[in-house]
Write a protein that binds this ligand. Sequence first.
Ligand code: IMP
Ligand code: MG
Length: 175
Amino acid sequence: MEKHSLRLLISEEEIQKKVAEASQSLIQKYQDQEFLIIMIMKGSICFVADLIRQLPPEQVSLEFVRCSSYGKRGTQKGQLVIEGLEKIDVKDRHVLLIDDIFDTGDTLEELATFLRAKQPKDLWTLVLLFKRIKRKTSFLPDQALIEIGDEFVVGYGVDYKERYRGFKEIYVITP
Ligand code: IMP
Ligand code: MG
């Protein structure tokens, strides 16, 4: 098994504090309306699992799409592949699109553009981590919980070559 050095970046306590704040702001935003969460697998699994347990269960539906741009290549970005989007019915619904990390923005921008064309009642984009980098696109998420530098991170759902998703904290990895 390959060994990597990991440096703690965000503690479990800090993550949970941000998730609790986000759930409160979403409760305020949607009031008593129903909304559909579309989670981007697999990286957002821990974030969404924690978040939905702090939202009113009767108001929330859940769907997922799969996106991958790294796969087994590790930290080297490849072609963006999206699966499962066509089947989701979003017309006239309040849609909350959730991803783990906003990096170049390509994933979220492409998904948001596709979803908007299907005429949801409204679309809100939420990410757990926002990388502070220079970007080509002016597209930004509507809500980002934690800003980080331009470093490759793992944990709390986020992987390096499919490993390390199970950490309760987020670490910087040096491959
Ligand atoms: P973007 O399309 O460049 O914004 O990339 C977003 C996707 O790339 C995220 O959904 C993550 O799955 C993945 N990604 C970006 N940065 C990292 C990282 O530091 N570690 C692991 N995955 C990452
Ligand atoms: Mg992802």
